[in-house]
Write a protein that binds this ligand. Structure first.
Ligand code: BMA
Length: 311
């Protein structure tokens, strides 16, 4: 019997929408991070308003579906390095501290050669917090390149911090002793697009915090194809050496189908930064077409069985 997994949408509508009464989140809200802590779901999400600059908002929920949001953003641009926006948060609790990885989009570009982005550059940033609301910037994982989708593992591995990041078009792994210095010599690509496979033929990147299981790190990921359709997939990485990709099923587990995933600010996108596990259910929060926030779920057991046994 062939094993397949498809994430189940929570209803047929988004769970959170832009707020038309707000200046900073009236245009788009998308690509949220969600962690489960102290019996509550805590969401950090990317928002754009009148000025199209991305800021990070915060919302909290008891059931993971109904949210109460703060009126003002919790992270906003502060200087030339992020003047065009702070994007795509991924929050993890690590040794009692909350860390947010996010993309800073600046007016400045510090690399060699041509800027990586129109009018500026991006930095894969790390910030720290003890309360999920006030954040202290620590610095970028690398400088001067198109690098994003970085996420920290939720614990040290063999005594070092580890992060996944995206050096187009592949997923890479990086190591650090202090979360501030990430030596280039310790970085390695772990998997790339599969030209022959279709949905993940052009570029791949990672989603939320890898999920620790006895069989390995379950890593939900995303990819796009020639038509720029974003879909989600899954891989299983070795627990002690996550550069070792043990399994990577060929088929996607989620893709755009609803109108609000097919049409929006950027069409045909489901993009996720969050896969918290609560009571054996994986909650995959995602941006629909870079415009609204949706939720899709599956049982952790089913996702793990799929990762272990699907072709
Ligand atoms: C990626 C990121 C995401 C976005 C996606 C689809 O490069 O910038 O923030 O959701 O493209 O537009």
């Amino acid at each position: 019997m062939e094993i397949t997994v498809k994430l189940q949408r929570y209803g047929q509508t988004p769970i959170l929408l832009p707020d038309p009464a707000s200046d900073w989140e009236c245009t788009n809200i998308f690509n949220p991070s969600v962690i489960y802590h102290g019996g509550l779901f805590h969401m950090h999400y990317r928002a754009q308003g009148f000025d199209w600059i991305s800021r990070i908002g915060y919302a909290v929920s008891a059931d993971g579906v109904h949210w109460n949001r703060l009126r003002r953003p919790v992270l906003e641009p502060v200087d030339g390095s992020d003047a065009r926006g702070v994007e795509d948060p991924r929050v993890v609790e690590l040794e009692g501290v909350f860390y947010m990885t996010y993309t800073a989009y600046g007016r400045e570009f510090h690399g060699r050669g041509e800027p990586t982005h129109a009018g500026g550059g991006i930095l894969p940033m790390i910030a720290a917090s003890s309360n999920l609301i006030t954040w202290e910037r620590m610095g970028p994982l690398v400088r001067g390149e198109d690098n994003k989708d970085h996420v920290l593992f939720p614990r040290k591995i063999n005594g070092r911090y580890a992060a996944l990041h995206r050096r187009r078009p592949a997923v890479w792994l990086a190591w650090s002793d202090d979360l501030r210095t990430w030596p280039e010599a310790d970085m390695a690509p772990i998997y790339g697009p599969r030209a022959e496979n279709g949905w993940d033929s052009v570029s791949v990147g990672n989603n939320g915090t890898p999920i620790e299981t006895p069989q390995g790190w379950l890593q939900v990921n995303h990819a796009y194809d020639q038509d720029h359709v974003y879909r989600l997939g899954v891989a299983l990485l070795d627990l002690d050496d996550p550069t070792r990709v043990m399994r990577r099923p060929a088929a996607p587990i989620f893709w755009p189908e609803e109108m609000w995933e097919l049409r929006g600010d950027v069409p045909n996108v489901v993009f996720s930064n969050a896969n918290p596990v609560v009571d054996g259910t994986v909650y995959v929060y995602y941006g629909g077409a870079d415009h609204v926030i949706g939720l899709a779920t599956c049982r952790l057991d089913d996702l793990l069985a799929y990762a272990l046994h699907a072709p």
